[in-house]
Design a protein around this ligand. Structure first.
Ligand code: ADP
Ligand code: MG
Length: 623
């Protein structure tokens, strides 16, 4: 007799349940997905004891006739796909045909359903995968499934259930995700007979987002709407200031399916790069639509994981989209001056053929990249000049001097040939236009803006300025360097020396010239002019530490960004440092030249603002 046998169906369903039904929230997810696939407009979820005692989901969807109701409890029985090719064009949330038999194998399960086309409903009772009764019942159109005593016959699983509150939290999160992607459907969730969530159908999806994530978030939502090739990205992200300490505010959907995908989550973070501190998470609700045959959803029984065929493309489109939305929504962004907007509104007669990259859209924005591009050519010329003069440059003795020394690199944008040849108008003058009131504790610059009262963190601001300038010089391969009169010798431990050896050629691009001197000794010959030459040994040690922290095997670009942050931080003026009025003004001007002036390279905010209206409310001048 052979030792291999086909397992009884009840046992194989129990095994499948191991993957599909991890906890009460997974049952809720599977049942609600079925209700959505059945075209329901109202889904009611009732929970008792965090789902241990009861999970009941009822809907007003298409329901099932008696035969289908029986079939639905068979493994691999589904109405959603029929043939091989269907697997690569899945439009429904379910398709594997294993949720109902799996759930029924580990609970006391009751199904009551009535198809729209029949007068009578069907009720089936199952316990531990065995059908105990089947009968006709009077029932409204739709389906009601009760799952009692979950895991009563798999004690090991039951033991792993967490507290009622934790399990209920997971259930509420599951419903929230479903509700976000189906705003037209009513969702009601109750626990121990108390309604905990009730989301009415929302005509405007923004209302549903506000309902689910909290109304306070509504005014912070930044709409995302981008089509790139055959990929569509819609939804909302929020300003980096609206951050959270967990990823729970991130809701990602691919072709209407809530997913937990590393690629898109990484792309989202990459889009926020430089605007969010490490350890903080943005809030985002994003719907990514790709052609059905471009994504494999059959990766895991829970269907949370997916695989994109063009993974990098999707990643980069999302990253760029998020970065663009954040850049455009930055209050300090480049704005078209009113006089120029007026000209644009006058129509084609006053504006000769618009320059490429500048179209007469309803809300025209100068693409800061265009402007920088042009600006860069000019800067290249200037940095060539300064590089030539590098060796003769006076030694920069302190960070505050450096604020003066680094002249504002923004130049008038020359859009020659157009009526829009108003170069000075195109300069960003957000920070330079602020009225400086003073300095608080030698740390914050107090300013008056057109909107209210602003505080600028001088260290964060200067860090950003130095970071971007160093980066630009390195991108253009023209770092301005300062030769050390006396080269500095640094002795390192074995591991540190190994790391530094790897960094040496890369650091050279920033103007930090280091040469091995045998053994674990190195000699520093020059430093970037932007980096204060004092404390060279400390700087090199910090660079090595940063690299070790990032991981020596990480991508060199990531390591170099880390090193740039260290250099910027090393050089930037500190807190508790008095600045002269001229120095403050120079710094504000330089901030205007930055691509991302609102955050330091670590993602900390450079400025905070109180709107006049809010201040007046606080003083009860207005209500
Ligand atoms: P899948 O959803 O992968 O097809 P399930 O085991 O979840 O597999 O469900 C099996 C089938 O039962 C579904 O294909 C569907 O035809 C039917 N079904 C399940 N739940 C409902 C429901 N709430 N309303 C109508 N039909 C349902
Ligand atoms: Mg299903």
């Amino acid at each position: 007799m052979s030792k291999i046998r086909i397992l009884p169906e009840i046992l194989s369903n129990k095994i499948a349940a191991g993957e599909v039904v991890a906890r009460p929230a997974s049952v809720v997810k599977e049942l609600v997905e079925n209700s959505i696939d059945a075209g329901s407009t109202r889904i009611i979820v009732e929970i008792e004891q965090g789902g241990r005692r009861l999970i009941r989901v009822s809907d007003n969807g298409e329901g099932m006739g008696r035969d289908d109701a029986l079939l639905s409890l068979e493994r691999y029985a589904t109405s959603k796909i029929a043939k091989d090719p269907d697997l690569f064009a899945i439009r429904t949330l379910g398709f594997r045909g294993e949720a109902l038999p799996s759930i029924a194998s580990v609970s006391r399960f009751t199904l009551v359903t009535r198809a729209t086309s029949t007068d009578v409903g069907t009720q089936i009772e199952v316990a531990g995968g065995r059908i105990n009764s089947l009968c006709d019942v009077g029932a409204p159109c739709g389906t009601l499934i009760s799952v009692g005593s979950l895991f009563y016959n798999t004690p090991a699983r039951r033991k792993f259930l967490k507290s009622i509150d934790t399990e209920m939290g997971h259930i509420a999160d599951t419903i929230a995700s479903m509700a976000l992607c189906r705003p037209a459907v009513q969702f009601r969730l109750s626990h121990n007979s108390r309604i905990v969530r009730n989301w009415a159908p929302a005509a405007d999806p923004t209302d549903r987002v506000a309902d689910v994530l909290g109304t306070a978030i509504k005014k912070e939502l930044l709409p995302v709407d981008r089509v790139s090739g055959d990929i569509e990205i819609r939804g909302w992200i929020t300003s980096p200031r609206m951050n959270r300490s967990t990823a729970r505010g991130i809701h990602l959907f691919v072709n209407g399916r809530w997913v937990r995908d590393r690629v898109i989550q990484h792309a989202l973070f990459a889009g926020y790069a430089g605007r969010l501190m490490k350890g903080l998470y943005p809030v985002a609700v994003l719907f990514i639509d790709v052609p059905f045959d471009q994504v494999d959803v059959n990766v895991h029984p829970t269907k949370h994981e997916i695989r994109f065929i063009r993974q990098k493309f999707v990643h980069d489109v999302l990253k760029d989209t998020v970065a663009d939305v954040l850049r455009q929504s930055d209050p300090t962004r480049w704005k078209v001056p009113e006089s120029a907007s007026a000209q644009l509104d006058q129509g084609p007669s006053s504006v000769s053929e618009p320059h490429s990259g500048f179209t007469r859209r309803p809300a025209p924005e100068i693409n800061p990249h265009d402007a920088r591009q042009i600006d860069r050519q000019d800067r290249t010329a200037r940095s060539t000049a300064s590089a030539v003069a590098a060796d003769n440059q006076p030694r920069i003795s302190s960070a505050t001097d450096a604020i003066h020394a680094v002249t504002s690199p923004i130049n008038p944008v020359d859009r020659s040939g157009d009526t829009i040849r108003q170069a000075p108008l195109w300069k960003r003058r957000f920070f330079a236009d602020l009225v400086v009131i003073g300095q608080y504790r030698g740390t914050y610059i107090i300013c008056e803006s057109s909107d209210g009262l602003m505080l600028i963190d001088q260290h964060a601001a200067h860090e950003r300025i130095v970071f971007e300038q160093l980066k630009r010089q390195s991108d253009e391969r023209r770092p301005t360097v300062q030769r050390l009169l006396l080269p500095e010798t640094i002795d390192l431990g074995f591991r540190e020396a190994q790391i530094l050896e790897k960094l040496v050629p890369q650091l050279d691009r920033f103007g930090l010239e280091i040469e091995p001197f045998g053994g674990n000794t190195f000699v520093v010959k020059s430093v970037p002019t932007l980096v204060h030459s004092g404390g060279v040994a400390a700087l090199v040690t910090q660079l090595i530490e940063k690299t070790a922290e990032i991981g020596v095997n990480a991508e060199m670009k990531t390591i170099m960004d880390g090193c740039l942050m260290v250099m910027a931080c090393h050089h930037a003026i500190r807190a508790h440092h008095q600045l002269a009025g001229e120095q403050i003004k120079a710094m504000l001007k330089q901030l205007d030249a930055c691509d991302n002036p609102s955050h330091c390279p670590h993602g900390r905010p450079v400025w905070i603002q109180w709107a006049l209206k809010d201040l007046e409310k606080q003083f009860q001048r207005i209500c």
